[in-house]
Design a protein around this ligand. Structure first.
Ligand code: CO8
Length: 258
């Protein structure tokens, strides 16, 4: 849409695509980009015609981190009173399924942003890391928490303390990445996966996302109880009737996303 300086947005069917677009800085995440990307994502989240939001970058970089030049002169009060990076929490809180399509560098804030997405498809060219330690700082958009939950303490400590990067194969082995595809096929495969998700019942997809995310917040017993309540609730949807009728009648379901 007009007015975007740092992102490109497009719609194809029920899929929305947000492309990070600061090639001069390897898509470093400055405040403008955060505001534009989060606002665009929230707009798509509110649109019942959107069933999956894809976040992607360029062949060279998903994002090479928060914008170091913008942060360089910050003092504590600037960071605290400005709630520096707080808006990204709103991206993590989207209800619509999100899919990160990552090629090239996903470092620092770029890795953290990819980890906020529900499904992470990596090109074989992708590299992930939390190199903040080399700048004398630490991850600031959830990296120490989401990376540890995704790959465990051993690798999270290794990455956060040495600042080294993982290639796509190591990231997949470690559980950070959903799938790896050849770099040349990334966009096509990511859009195909997004279209598959977007064709599912939207309330069922939102509920599945909510239930999986609950696993990171609570105990097993409480998580299972939470899932059971939502499971009971799906029988109030038209899509449950349609999905099960289609199975019985041996046809493809036609979901109304309600
Ligand atoms: N911020 C600003 N500019 C960047 C960044 C960045 N993170 N990354 C790259 N750029 C710029 C470069 O400065 C360069 O610009 P110019 O041509 O004007 O000098 C341009 O992008 C191209 O980069 P390179 O020439 O360096 O490209 P290379 O292919 O040689 O290297 C790398 C690519 C290895 C990715 C390299 O650019 C690099 O190491 N980038 C920085 C990676 C990094 O440290 N990221 C972590 C940033 S900190 C963070 O994300 C979270 C901090 C949370 C703190 C919370 C504070 C409140």
């Amino acid at each position: 849409a007009a007015g975007h300086e740092t992102i490109l947005v497009e719609r194809t069917g029920r899929t929305a695509v947000i492309t990070l677009n600061r090639p001069e800085a390897l898509n470093a995440l400055n405040l403008r980009l955060m505001e534009e990307a989060v606002a665009a994502a929230e707009g798509f989240d509110r649109d019942p015609g959107v069933g999956c939001i894809v976040l992607t970058g360029s062949d060279r970089a998903f994002a090479a981190g928060a914008d170091i030049k913008e942060m360089q002169g910050l003092d504590y009060m600037d960071a605290y009173l400005g709630d520096w990076f707080g808006a990204w929490d709103r991206f993590a809180a989207l209800r619509t399924p999100t899919l990160a399509a990552v090629a090239g560098h996903a470092l620092g804030g770029g890795c953290e942003l990819a980890m906020m997405c529900d499904v992470l498809i990596a090109a074989d060219s992708a590299r992930f890391g939390q190199p903040e330690i080399k700048l004398g700082v630490i991850p600031g958009i959830g990296g120490s928490q989401r990376l540890t939950r995704a790959v465990g303490k051993a690798k999270a400590m290794d990455l956060c303390l040495t600042g080294r990067t993982m290639d796509a194969a190591e990231a997949e082995r470690a559980g950070l990445v959903s799938r790896i595809v050849p770099a040349a096929d990334l966009r096509e495969q990511a859009l195909a996966a997004a279209a598959e998700i977007a064709a599912m019942s939207a309330p069922a997809a939102m509920m599945a996302k909510e239930a999986v995310n609950r696993a990171f917040e609570t105990t097993l017993a409480e998580g299972v109880r939470f899932e059971r309540r939502i499971f009971h609730a799906v029988f109030a949807t038209a899509d449950q009737k349609e999905g099960m009728a289609a199975f019985t009648e041996k046809r493809r379901p036609s979901f109304v996303h309600r």
